[in-house]
Design a protein. Structure first.
Length: 225
């Protein structure tokens, strides 16, 4: 609904890539905190432009690393927020109660009153605006930054090997942090620069088949910088 309103393009539920929080672990939350981030489940709508100047709409829902100094990082409990980045207006945020008995009852009753008023006075609600009619972007083409958590064999040369794998798929690394694991294993936490979803997916598959990588523990997208 937000994507349709913002970009004057029909966006349906089938156009939205959705992931929940099932795979988020306590270690993910701790690693995010140590790096200066928090994890939020965000619905993100973007107007994209490729190198040829063609525009498209991307809509997705997934757990996301957000810097702790970002306004969305401080939305808690029953509160919801909509954060807008507009070309002319800059950054705007709309914040308030999004759950609970009174807020829900207020919203429902407001809709009923609006419908009744339109019925009595012969008005009508605003119609759908789809004049832009932009295409929906292929999910694999969406550019995003990523946080990858891996357990690797703790031997000399592993980091150089993994860096080559990322580079081979066109992904540039921003930071690499190592945590102590067992006697023979280590935990690597990698943050990337912006990369396409398809390139990251291919990289993860390669990492899973790499003998020095014991496990890819998690891949979390990042926004807000």
């Amino acid at each position: 609904i937000l994507a349709s309103l913002a970009f004057h393009t029909r966006v349906t539920a089938d156009d939205v890539h959705c992931e929940g929080i099932t795979n988020i672990t306590a270690h993910d939350i701790q690693a995010a905190k140590a790096a200066g981030y928090t994890i939020k489940l965000l619905a993100i709508c973007d107007r994209l432009k490729d190198e040829a100047g063609h525009e498209s709409i991307a809509a997705r829902v997934h757990p996301t690393l957000v810097p702790r100094n970002h306004p969305l990082a401080n939305v808690h409990k029953s509160f919801n927020a909509v954060f807008v980045e507009a070309e002319a207006a800059g950054r705007l945020m709309f914040y308030g109660n999004g759950a609970g008995g009174n807020p829900t009852a207020s919203a429902v009753l407001g809709d009923i009153v609006g419908a009744g008023r339109n019925k009595v006075f012969g008005g009508r609600a605003p119609g759908e605006s789809t004049y832009a009619n932009l295409p929906i972007a292929n999910f694999g083409d969406i550019p995003t930054r990523f946080h990858i958590d891996m357990t690797v064999v703790d031997i000399i040369g592993v980091l150089a090997e993994l860096t080559k794998i990322f580079a081979a798929h066109g992904i540039s690394l921003r930071t690499v942090r190592q945590e102590e694991g067992t006697e023979k294993n280590a935990r690597l936490l990698v943050m990337t620069h912006e990369a396409k979803e398809s390139d990251l997916a291919a990289t993860v598959e390669t990492l899973k088949d790499t003998p020095s990588v014991i496990k890819v523990n998690s891949v979390i997208r990042m926004v807000g910088e």
